[in-house]
Design a protein around this ligand. Sequence first.
Ligand SMILES: [Zn+2]
Length: 135
Amino acid sequence: MHEVDMTKCLLLSMNDWKRQHAPRQPRVSTVHLQVGAFTCVEPDQLVFTWEAAVQGSWLAGARLAIEPVPLVGRCVLCASTYAPLQEQAYRSPCCDHPMEEIVSGRELRIRSVEYALDDPPAIATPSTPACAPCA
Ligand SMILES: [Zn+2]
């Protein structure tokens, strides 16, 4: 269910982004998303919920490309960075200190959007009344 909420957040962000282009219409082909390893988001599941959510919307056909970001911790005792392992309770291998600082791995952000801008939808201009010949 986590992924469903994430998808809703993504769609809200994308709607805000779309408004910045008004009145032109962005046609999105790919949304590049950074997903940290420490976010508990399952990438496959997120793509699945995304594809279901955008059907029939202005984002229909837009692909969600996920760029995984590894979990990196920094030891607060010796300042070295390391890849925390769940099996070691995320403790630093250098000093065996509990993980207190996360350098990366909590990202969940839109990195870039591939799109084309369509012209604004034609607005029906009121036809100018034909000048009546002066009688
Ligand atoms: Zn250390």
